[in-house]
Design a protein around this ligand. Structure first.
Ligand SMILES: Nc1ncnc2c1ncn2[C@@H]1O[C@H](COP(=O)(O)OP(=O)(O)OP(=O)(O)O)[C@@H](O)[C@H]1O
Length: 131
């Protein structure tokens, strides 16, 4: 028997599946996203190796997540623009440029957070490993 509660849970599971399918589709389509996936693994490994405070780990996680969100939204915008405006249109071009600008801003912020948090920690880790 399907109760209203079961129905709601089923819809939540379906929504999660569709969202995961969206991430997979973007990963297949976008080389940039695959680069971010590789960068995420590198950052996760580095963050596991060097001593960091919980706040520093949170900052790194937020920075990585920001880039993923920006890249996924940018991919969705590109797809939508291609759908509604397959021909050349200056506004369509501007929409894509602005969405790409969001990725650029997120990537610059993430690079800054990564250098600030991981730079000194990695330098200290290398010094203690060498000396
Ligand atoms: N329909 C269009 N009309 C006008 N200019 C466009 C249009 N589509 C793309 N452009 C311009 O070309 C640039 C690159 O577009 P493109 O669709 O190749 O984006 P991309 O970020 O390289 O996407 P992809 O990851 O699919 O290669 C856009 O940022 C925009 O300036």
């Amino acid at each position: 028997m399907t109760t209203p509660r079961h129905g709601r849970r089923r819809r939540e599971v379906d929504s999660f599946r569709w969202a995961a399918r969206g991430v997979r589709a973007a990963l297949v389509r976008e080389p940039h996203l695959r680069f971010h996936a590789a960068a995420t693994v590198v950052v996760a490994v580095l963050a596991a190796l060097v001593p960091l405070t919980p706040a520093e780990r949170a900052a790194l996680g937020l920075a990585v997540g920001l880039v993923w969100v920006a890249e996924l939204v940018n991919t969705a915008v590109e797809r939508l623009v291609d759908l509604v405006s397959p021909g050349f249109d200056p506004v369509a071009g501007q929409v894509k440029d602005i969405a790409a600008g969001a990725v650029l801003v997120a990537a610059v912020v993430a690079a800054g957070v990564g250098a600030t948090v991981l730079g000194p920690a990695l330098a200290g880790w290398v010094r203690s490993a060498v000396g």
